[in-house]
Ligand binder design. Structure first.
Ligand code: URA
Length: 216
């Protein structure tokens, strides 16, 4: 992705708790990314996939969304299956995985302790999500992975959260965009059966059909 203005700088100072966590991990693991994880993919793509936040030992380590995180295995495999990526996903930023017509980002760009960003941190990072959306001129669809991503997207698009409730498999037309909802493809959700592979594939199938029917 070349839209660096939609990404926070490596030393973004905006969330004190996340800065302290980042500094702690810079000292512990100097070879890791340990910085806001930039969006990855095609900036003139028609699909934007929005996760929650980088995983500590995954995207926070590798510097690419969902790369090294358990959730990335299902996400990238499903993207390939439905024609939203090609190549081989090897959980490294220098693998051959290449998004097609798609960019991937997170509602919160820095790794939060225990994978739980606060409401303030989600709000503080939202302008970057808004800038990513605004920086994709051909954007038609957004996939929200989980309720936090859904709520932040809805607000970034200028809608009231209360009017647009998250529901797995639902979609919401907001302005010129359609937001598709899925439970997050986290290890917890897949291990507990909250999200099955077929449930996830079904959302991708809906998005494929939607974009294939789109005249633009
Ligand atoms: N890794 C990410 O980059 N985002 C998530 O939401 C989960 C893991």
């Amino acid at each position: 992705m070349t839209l660096s203005s939609s990404d926070p700088g490596r030393d973004c100072p905006l969330c004190p708790r996340l800065v302290a966590f980042r500094e702690e991990w810079r000292a512990r693991q100097p070879d890791w990314n340990n910085a806001p994880v930039p969006s990855f993919g095609v900036d003139d793509g028609r699909l934007l996939i929005v996760g929650l936040a980088p995983g500590l030992r995954g995207a926070n380590r590798t510097g690419r969304p969902f790369t090294g995180d358990y959730a990335g295995d299902l996400l990238y495999q499903t993207m390939i299956e439905f024609g939203f990526a090609r190549g081989v996903f090897e959980a490294r930023p220098d693998d051959s995985l290449t998004p097609i017509d798609t960019a991937i980002t997170n509602a919160v760009r820095c790794v939060p302790p225990e994978n739980k960003p606060t409401t303030d941190e989600i709000r503080t990072c939202r302008p970057y999500l808004g800038a990513t959306i605004d920086g994709m001129p051909r954007l038609r669809a957004i996939l929200a992975l989980g309720k936090i991503a859904h709520d932040s997207i809805v607000v970034a698009l200028g809608e009231k959260m209360a009017r647009r409730k998250f529901a797995h498999g639902a979609h919401h037309n907001i302005g010129s965009l359609t937001v598709f909802d899925s439970y997050h493809c986290s290890r917890y959700n897949t291990n507990t059966g909250v999200l099955t592979t077929d449930m996830f594939r079904s959302v991708f199938s809906d998005m494929r059909e939607f974009l294939d029917a789109d005249p633009r």
